[in-house]
Ligand binder design. Structure first.
Ligand code: CP
Ligand code: NVA
Length: 317
């Protein structure tokens, strides 16, 4: 355990360390020597609570924790007392007696904040309705891996949702310009935009919001989209219909830089927010993003649970 407990609720919690977190992850991913013997979570147990389904997050945490020498425990909401007969505060206190770190995928963002407040071990937000910081770390790792070949800004087309929030915060932290296009009424949260704007002022990046997908995508080095209806929103009447004209298809991406990267956090609803032709194109890096979830989270877990080992690896490698 690190001396000072830190939690990751949104990616700007680690704004100052983000480029090192990504550098660590890229080096570790490509290190076929030292990495096999590097077990910074030896003797530690990391528990992951899921109130919503997951493929990438669950598997990447389970495999990543194991690679680092730790024991992963997956705690599905139907199988534990949380939300039924036990409060978040009591759950946090109990789990802190057993575990060295907790990840939590929840509905309302206040719930992961509450868990972090009452846990004495580091807590990682594994997706809430407002933020998806692990996704953003992997996404910026994916962009950073390509170095100078990414020409142009990061464009978002679709819902102003949890994935956009952390993509924007992380993107401007690393100096990327962001242009997002959402339908009217589906803009990102104004408080998050304000936080991102403050970061952008410091890094010299820019943020532009529009309701015109072509304006956002024109000249873009990255075109990113996500589902129009997120988990937990399935019963919002008419939401899907409001996204008419926001599909990322061959015509829309013809306005991007020819070497643009297509990005999506997945799962993709093919034929809805993106066409097969775009998601399966040579420009698509969606499966690199999925793999990088594991490497980026390994960097985060090591930094949060064993800072000395994280610092040492960064200096050595
Ligand atoms: N991108 C992402 O978080 O995927 P899962 O819902 O499968 O974890
Ligand atoms: N915005 C989506 C992301 C899924 C990984 C959701 O919250 O359901």
């Amino acid at each position: 355990m690190s001396d000072i407990k830190r939690d990751l609720l949104s990616i700007d919690d680690f704004e100052d360390e983000l480029s090192d977190i990504i550098e660590w992850a890229i080096r570790y991913k490509n290190d076929d020597g030292f990495a096999d013997d590097f077990k910074p979570l030896d003797g530690m147990s990391i528990g992951s609570i899921y109130e919503k389904p997951s493929t990438r997050t669950r598997v990447s945490f389970e495999v990543g924790v194991r690679k680092l020498g730790g024991q992963p425990l997956t705690l599905l909401s139907n199988d534990i007392q949380l939300g039924k007969s036990e409060s978040i505060a009591d759950t946090a206190a109990v789990l802190s007696r057993f575990l060295d770190g907790i990840t939590y995928r929840c509905f309302g963002h206040a719930d992961v904040a509450e868990l972090a407040k009452h846990a004495s071990v580091p807590v990682i937000n594994a997706l809430s309705d407002m933020h998806h910081p692990c996704q953003a770390a992997a996404d910026l790792m994916t962009v950073t891996e390509r170095g100078d070949s990414v020409k142009g800004h990061i464009a978002w087309v679709g819902d102003g949702n949890n994935v956009l929030h952390d993509l924007m915060l992380a993107g401007v932290s690393l100096g990327h310009d962001i242009k997002y296009a959402t339908p009217e009424g589906y803009e990102p949260d104004s408080e998050v935009v304000s936080r991102a704007s403050s970061i952008a002022e410091r890094t010299g990046a820019s943020i532009v919001g529009t309701n015109d997908p072509i304006e956002a995508v024109s000249g873009a080095g990255v075109v990113y989209t996500d589902v129009f209806v997120s988990m937990g929103e399935e019963n919002i009447d008419g939401k899907f219909a409001d996204f008419n004209g926001f599909q990322v298809n061959e015509e829309l991406v013809s306005h991007a830089h020819p070497d643009y990267l297509f990005m999506h956090c997945l799962p993709a609803h093919r034929g809805e927010e993106v066409t097969d032709g775009v998601v399966d194109s040579a420009n698509s890096v969606v499966f690199d993003q999925a793999e990088n979830r594991m490497w980026a989270q390994m960097s985060l877990l090591t930094m949060m649970c064993n800072r000395a080992a994280w610092d040492t690896y960064l200096e050595l490698s």
